[in-house]
Write a protein that binds this ligand. Structure first.
Ligand code: UVW
Length: 323
């Protein structure tokens, strides 16, 4: 595993503000922190397998329904092939309507652009698909820890999960995040969403985005970088909480005057645009969390096979955890 600089030691690269990993893995790099998913990381993941319990981390493709952020609703057409059988046709599939990896094309840093200074059309999830994501996952069940600490997470609100909450959760679980780990952060949002009736789900997708999530800004970006994780994925819609402040518009992602302001506004800008840390959203972590709580082990083998979609912006994760 390469020795990585701390957030404060990251060199300032021409064209990028302080707090970027541009150039760290070479000028043509499209993998960012996924470079940490080395053969050793895969072996570290495999070493976590004890009883062979397998957990699907992917939400039903049809959920949330209706999708959030004005995204398209998947239409599943089953084509009749007559006497032979059937084909599937997925119409209107937005790679971010359900569980997803946000790729480096998804969001640019509003001031300096896409990760590593590479044009967006030259990024793509096919680079990640070719690599294949295999390593050790660490589950931070913040929902469980916050409840045990007498501060249950308030669903349907922008309840902030602080970096301290995250660290206290890991401490309570007795687990240490190691370089290359995939950090899985459970907020309880998905379980809450599943409990909603039809009008409740409609309200979530039509109203202003309001969800508990990780705090925004440099403190959180630095904390995640300093863990030297290969990726972070949560069971909520954006890892960070919502609504985003200021002039956020999911279609233009514009409006911030300078890099400092942008870095504080959305974790997406720092993680995707500057640090190259992939963001996973709406991962289904509930069954895994139950198992971890029962056996007291919060690590697992993690695998994910993003779509081999040329220059794809994002992808369903096709992720599994094995314990
Ligand atoms: C937000 O940025 C709020 O989420 P997404 O990554 O799904 O666009």
């Amino acid at each position: 595993m390469p020795t990585l600089p701390s957030y404060d030691e990251l060199p300032v690269v021409p064209g990028a503000p302080k707090g970027s990993s541009w150039g760290l893995w070479g000028p043509d790099d499209r993998l960012g922190a996924l470079n940490l998913l080395t053969p050793e990381a895969a072996l570290a993941g495999a070493a976590c397998v004890r009883d062979g319990a397998v957990f699907n981390l992917n939400l039903e493709l049809e959920l949330p329904g209706p999708p959030l952020f004005r995204r398209e609703r998947l239409e599943h057409v089953v084509k009749d092939l007559g006497t032979i059988g059937h084909d599937d046709l997925l119409v209107n599939m937005n790679t971010q309507s359900s569980s997803q990896w946000d790729g480096f094309r998804h969001m640019r840093h509003p001031v300096v652009g896409h990760y590593n200074g590479i044009a967006d059309e030259e990024h793509g999830v096919h680079f990640w698909a070719r690599r294949g994501l295999v390593g050790r996952a660490v589950l931070a069940d913040v929902e469980r820890w916050r409840a045990s600490a007498g501060r249950p997470i308030r669903q349907g609100e922008a309840d902030v999960i602080t970096v301290d909450d995250l660290q206290s959760t890991l401490d309570a679980e007795g687990v240490e995040v190691r370089p290359g780990d995939v950090l899985l952060l459970r907020t309880g949002w998905l379980g809450w969403y599943r409990s909603l009736d039809e009008p409740g789900r409609q309200g979530v997708s039509e109203g202003r985005f309001r969800a508990p999530g990780l705090e925004r800004g440099r403190v959180a970006a630095a904390a995640l970088w300093n863990l030297h994780i290969s990726a972070v994925a949560a069971d909520n819609p954006a890892v960070e909480g919502g609504p985003p402040p200021g002039p956020y518009d999911s279609e233009t992602a514009s409006g911030w005057r300078d890099a400092d302001e942008a870095a504080e506004a959305m974790l997406h800008f720092s993680l995707l645009g500057l640090l190259g840390i992939p963001i996973g959203e709406m991962f289904d972590l509930d069954a895994l969390a139950e198992h971890c709580a029962a056996d007291g082990r919060y690590t697992a083998l993690f695998t994910s096979a993003p779509l081999n979609l040329q220059n794809g912006v994002a992808s369903p994760p096709n992720a599994l955890a094995v314990k």
